[in-house]
Design a protein around this ligand. Structure first.
Ligand SMILES: [Zn+2]
Length: 109
């Protein structure tokens, strides 16, 4: 079975399969690399290759924030449960912001 060649410009774009990116990110992962979600919150949360099935590759920062900041998100690995809880928190913050609240003031979780 022929293996795909190295990345082409097209493959680097939007159509590039997520699974392969995740495999590549996992291949580059070293034990102890920080979880991207927790690192963004100033907390060191190590990841381990042995637990790769519990890791997820995601846009970082999240697409909504990246768009607001005018930057391009990068794909980074984090623990799936950190990812999920970050997503929920982000949703709540967005809802609060739309209601006119100021979630940025709440620094204690
Ligand atoms: Zn984490």
């Amino acid at each position: 079975m022929p293996r795909p060649a190295r990345l082409t410009t097209t493959q680097k774009g939007l159509g590039y399969p997520h699974q392969k990116r995740k495999r590549e990110a996992l291949a580059a992962l070293r034990d102890g690399d920080p979880c991207a979600r927790c690192e963004a919150r100033g907390r060191y949360h190590p990841m381990y290759r042995a637990w790769s099935s519990s890791l997820e590759l995601d846009d970082f920062p999240p697409r909504v924030i990246a768009r607001a900041l005018g930057i391009t998100p990068v794909k980074r690995l984090s623990w799936s449960f950190c990812n999920r809880s970050a997503g929920g928190r982000l949703g709540n913050q967005i809802k609060a912001a739309r209601r006119g609240g100021q979630p940025g003031q709440y620094t204690r979780w």
